[in-house]
Design a protein around this ligand. Structure first.
Ligand SMILES: *[C@@H]1O[C@H](CO)[C@@H](O)[C@H](O)[C@H]1NC(C)=O
Ligand SMILES: *[C@@H]1O[C@H](CO)[C@@H](O)[C@H](O)[C@H]1NC(C)=O
Ligand SMILES: *[C@@H]1O[C@H](CO)[C@@H](O)[C@H](O)[C@H]1NC(C)=O
Ligand SMILES: *[C@@H]1O[C@H](CO)[C@@H](O)[C@H](O)[C@H]1NC(C)=O
Ligand SMILES: *[C@@H]1O[C@H](CO)[C@@H](O)[C@H](O)[C@H]1NC(C)=O
Ligand SMILES: *[C@@H]1O[C@H](CO)[C@@H](O)[C@H](O)[C@H]1NC(C)=O
Length: 414
């Protein structure tokens, strides 16, 4: 090919075609349709652009080629279709409450010229609902649970993902076409232990129509397991006359109703009260010695715990001696340094408070001995000062009662 010919060959046909198209454009009417995408239930606007409209009849037909509008007049009885606009440049109809059955090509055509039709394709999108979760097999510890997440209707198909702690659990995905929409499900099987009870899982549906949003169904694992039972023993030693309160702590799923209390080889004492998980005996006696059992059961097993009750002899206690020694109660020196003081209180050493009181008392004793030594050294001066403390008699008595000796022996402060 000669170099000079190329621009000639290209230039002439282009100019020619431009002229032909321009003349067609001037001469002929034409329609142009636009594709539409709409969410189910929404409103679709179908537009037909007109060129060089000269008053010909404009016909709009549905995908089944039924005429919807004949030059602006409704032809099909379907109130969902409305003529929105009819100008020499644009014909626009609206279809409300769109269903998937409305999908397809809508024809815009000039009645005079069947060859000049255009098709607007209507696409209906069906966003998924929040998926549902179905438990296929009940979760029992040591076993597996099968969970199915289900999204019954979407178009195009939704994507379902199982998540736990922000990690995806891979599952088996299946899809089923139901006339225009798709049902999607994702099934997982996971091993479960007791500690998984209450664990949070979620199934997330994503879909183009939701943008970045997700429709999430939360699910908490319900892992069934056999009960455990533990008796919380009371602290310290129990004596006659004390009251006993045993709490039986029970776990299990389903949680056993109320635990069953019993006494090994014997019946429960008469004064026993059982309320919920607690067994109480108001005034203990040594006849209550024995082994107490707490038992619980559910469909997955049974469990028991026992408590051996030993009631010790009581120590005689004089009610007046039940003061708790408190350093601030005491004057530094007894009223009469020569007095003989009998002490007769018992320190309940089994009780923590008693131990503390004993410690405090020991400190006070040391203080008194120290002060007493100084009294012996400067006798007359202190005797005089002590007489000014008469008004504190009560407090002194409290102190004297507190200055115990466990065997009840007499203690002389001189
Ligand atoms: C409209 O949709 C149809 C079918 O999906 C497609 O063939 C056509 O190219 C689309 N037209 C436009 C202008 O996008
Ligand atoms: C069709 O409708 C348009 C707009 O209302 C009108 O101008 C035109 O005359 C009509 N054509 C016929 C043939 O009735
Ligand atoms: C929309 O259409 C559905 C059936 O496709 C119908 O059940 C529903 O009542 C309609 N809603 C309205 C507001 O017309
Ligand atoms: C209960 O009685 C049985 C048989 O008499 C005996 O073997 C067992 O040690 C007893 N248990 C208790 C806790 O006393
Ligand atoms: C109860 O247990 C205490 C402490 O072991 C013991 O001293 C006492 O003898 C027992 N009493 C009876 C009735 O078994
Ligand atoms: C235990 O002490 C109470 C008084 O605190 C007394 O009435 C009771 O008889 C005593 N019980 C025994 C078994 O000594």
């Amino acid at each position: 090919m000669r170099p000079g010919l190329q621009p000639f060959l290209l230039g002439v046909p282009l100019a020619l075609w431009a002229a032909v198209l321009l003349s067609l454009d001037l001469r002929c009417q034409a329609v142009q349709a636009e594709n539409v995408t709409v969410l189910e239930g929404g409103t679709a606007e179908i537009s037909c652009r007109l060129q060089n409209y000269d008053g010909s009849i404009v016909v709009i037909q549905n995908p089944r080629r039924q005429t919807l509008f004949f030059n602006g007049t409704r032809a099909l009885k379907d109130d969902r279709f409305q003529m929105v606009l009819f100008t020499p440049r644009l014909v626009r109809i609206a279809l409300s409450n769109v269903s998937v059955l409305d999908e397809g090509g809508y024809f815009c055509q000039l009645y005079t010229d069947d060859t000049h039709h255009q098709v607007a394709t209507l696409t209906v999108i069906v966003p998924p609902e929040t998926p549902t979760v179905e438990v296929k097999t009940q979760a029992v510890e040591g076993g597996e649970v099968e969970l199915t997440c289900h999204s019954p209707r979407s178009k195009p198909p939704a994507t379902l993902r199982w998540m736990r702690d922000r990690r995806e659990i891979p599952g088996v995905v299946s899809q089923q076409d139901n006339s225009k929409t798709v049902s999607v499900s994702n099934t997982i099987r996971i091993p479960v232990e007791r500690r998984d009870n209450g664990a949070a899982l979620s199934c997330e549906a994503t879909h183009p129509s939701l943008g970045g949003q997700k429709k999430v169904r939360h699910y908490r694992l319900d892992v069934h397991f056999a009960p455990t039972v533990r008796i919380m023993p009371p602290p310290g030693i129990l004596r006659e006359g004390d009251s006993l309160s045993l709490v039986c702590s029970v776990t299990g799923n389903p949680l056993p109703r109320n635990p069953l209390w019993s006494r090994v080889n014997d019946t429960l004492p008469e004064r026993t009260e059982i309320s919920g998980t607690t067994l109480s005996i108001a005034r203990l006696s040594q006849s209550h010695n024995g082994t107490y059992l707490c038992q619980a059961q559910n469909d997955y097993g049974r469990a028991a715990d026992h408590y051996a009750l030993l009631v010790y002899e009581n120590v005689s206690v004089t009610p007046t001696a039940l003061h708790t020694p408190n350093p601030s109660d005491f004057p530094a020196i007894p009223k009469d340094p020569g007095a003989v003081v009998e002490t007769h209180s018992a320190v309940p050493y089994a009780v923590i408070g008693g131990v503390l009181a004993l410690l405090v008392f020991a400190v006070i004793c040391v203080l008194i001995v120290t002060v007493w030594c100084s009294v012996r050294q400067k006798g007359s001066y202190l005797t005089h000062e002590a007489s000014g403390l008469d008004e504190h008699g009560d407090v002194q008595e409290a102190f004297l009662n507190g200055s115990d000796s466990r065997e009840g022996k007499k203690e002389y402060l001189l």
